[in-house]
Design a protein around this ligand. Structure first.
Ligand code: HEM
Length: 138
């Protein structure tokens, strides 16, 4: 739940990109064949209409019912459809292993010098780094 909520608020990939293979009419918008459509993952995953008024808050409990208990199609950190990330299950396993090892061996907290500033580059990354205070757990 903590990993899912982190991937919701800070999805590493900025966009899911698709090319229109034919002219498409979507509500009042016409998308011509050949146009690239970029779906901004962060924005979809923080839309209060889809996620509720606390959309901007870190609340892992929103995934208590699993991913499908959340806002379903609006949760796309690994993309969606036939070209969804092929590494998603591997990535989730890596994240669980790494997080477990860190939590087993260290206690950590945010340093007073940390400034929260997610930056949009090729991937979403902390613009000022992540400053932590780390102690050995035993
Ligand atoms: C937290 C880690 C990761 C995130 C957030 C992530 C996210 C994404 C996203 C958003 C896409 C585009 C999906 C779409 O267009 O619908 C993608 C595609 C892809 N990812 Fe990942 N990914 C991660 C880790 C990995 C890992 C560990 C691997 C390989 C071991 C991997 C391999 C790929 C490949 C090959 C594609 C292209 C799939 C295709 O076009 O058919 N990813 N990923």
């Amino acid at each position: 739940m903590v990993i899912q909520e982190t991937l919701r608020l800070y999805p590493p990939a900025v966009f899911v990109v698709r090319e229109a293979l034919e002219d498409i009419k979507f509500k009042h918008i016409t998308i011509p064949k050949g146009m690239n459509v970029q779906v901004p993952i962060s924005i979809v995953q923080q839309d209060p209409e889809l996620w509720g008024p606390d959309a901007h808050l870190f609340n892992p409990e929103r995934f208590a019912g699993g991913i499908l208990g959340g806002a379903q199609a609006a949760y796309i950190p690994f993309g969606v459809g036939p070209r969804v990330c092929v590494g998603q299950h591997f990535a989730m396993m890596e994240l669980k292993v790494i997080l477990s090892l860190i939590l087993l061996n260290f206690r950590f907290s945010i340093s007073p010098s940390y400034v929260h500033s997610p930056g949009f580059a090729l991937v979403v990354q902390p613009a000022n780094g992540v400053w932590l205070l780390i102690e050995r757990a035993n």
